[in-house]
Design a protein around this ligand. Structure first.
Ligand code: NAP
Length: 250
């Protein structure tokens, strides 16, 4: 018996990276986990297989986010496997490599569609399925609180918006005993960073130096913070922004 036995979790963007780490951790704690993803069937199948190999329970649901009807499609897929959800982790997100001077309206709109609009409507349409006493956990970023990487401004703005969503939603859902929190990673070793992080030892060391703890974060570092908020131990924490940057903001 794990602390989440009998509960169902939905983790968006759980085929790879931080989302996969969160899905594996929540499954290890006993939850049945919906592994949402966008297009990489193989990665999602591997994530489900890894959870099952470790004795957990999971199923994959595919829904490309950032386009009209995305939240409806996600829940239609979910409903084929489960009849309610206790823990919703809005993790799926995209980044940008284009600075303020270069970003165009199309990329700006896509960033906000995937990183802000999708979690907003996934949560809203999920409300009838979200059980009282449940959890909503939004994966933000340390960049919502620091100008350390102004070249990622539009991305960071999406996370600022997500944090406002967290704060206000905690008041909206509090009467139902549902907590709503943001978890903010710093630099984590995932595919989204591979193109620069893994190119040289210098890049890796530079990234490690951002954190007070002197290393690059792992998906498990973030997953363990999420697991606390998802558990009964996190019941009195809501509307909170949890710094999971390894001290990158200190
Ligand atoms: P990642 O390795 O690129 O994985 C992204 C996951 O999200 C994949 O499962 C992907 O599905 C899914 N996804 C991406 N865009 C999608 C879309 N349009 N529709 C549906 N699914 C989509 O990302 P990550 O680094 O783990 O990041 C996860 C979250 O943490 C994001 O919100 C990110 O902003 C945040 N974060 C990351 C870092 C970091 O350093 N990595 C730092 C701070 C915050 P497919 O596998 O099908 O492509």
């Amino acid at each position: 018996m794990g602390v989440l036995t009998g509960r169902t979790a939905l983790v968006t963007g759980a085929g790879r990276g931080i989302g996969r780490g969160v899905a594996e951790r929540l499954a290890r704690d006993g939850a049945r986990v919906a592994v949402h993803y966008g297009s990489n069937d193989t990665a999602a199948e591997e994530a489900v297989a890894a959870i099952e190999a470790a004795g957990g329970s999971a199923f994959a649901i595919r829904a490309e986010l950032g386009m009209p009807g995305d939240a409806e499609r996600l829940w239609a897929e979910f409903d084929r496997h489960a009849d309610g959800v206790d823990i919703l982790v809005n993790n799926a997100g995209i980044g940008t490599s284009r600075p303020f001077e270069e970003i165009d309206g199309e990329e700006y709109d896509r960033l906000f569609a995937v990183n802000v609009k999708a979690p907003h409507f996934i949560t809203r349409l999920g409300l009838p399925r979200l059980r009282d006493g449940g959890r909503v956990i939004n994966i933000s970023s340390g960049l919502a609180r620091t100008a350390a990487m102004p070249q990622l401004m539009a991305y960071s703005m999406t996370k600022g918006a997500l944090d406002v969503f967290t704060r206000d939603l905690s008041k909206v859902l509090g009467a139902r005993g549902i907590t709503v929190n943001s978890v903010a990673p710093g630099i984590v070793d995932t595919d989204v960073n591979a193109a620069w992080l893994r190119t040289s030892d210098e890049a890796w060391q530079g990234a490690a130096a951002y954190s007070a703890l002197g290393r690059v974060g792992t998906p498990a570092d973030i997953a363990d913070a999420v697991a606390f908020l998802a558990s009964d131990d996190g019941r009195w924490v809501t509307g909170h922004w949890l710094d999971a940057t390894g001290g990158s903001l200190t």
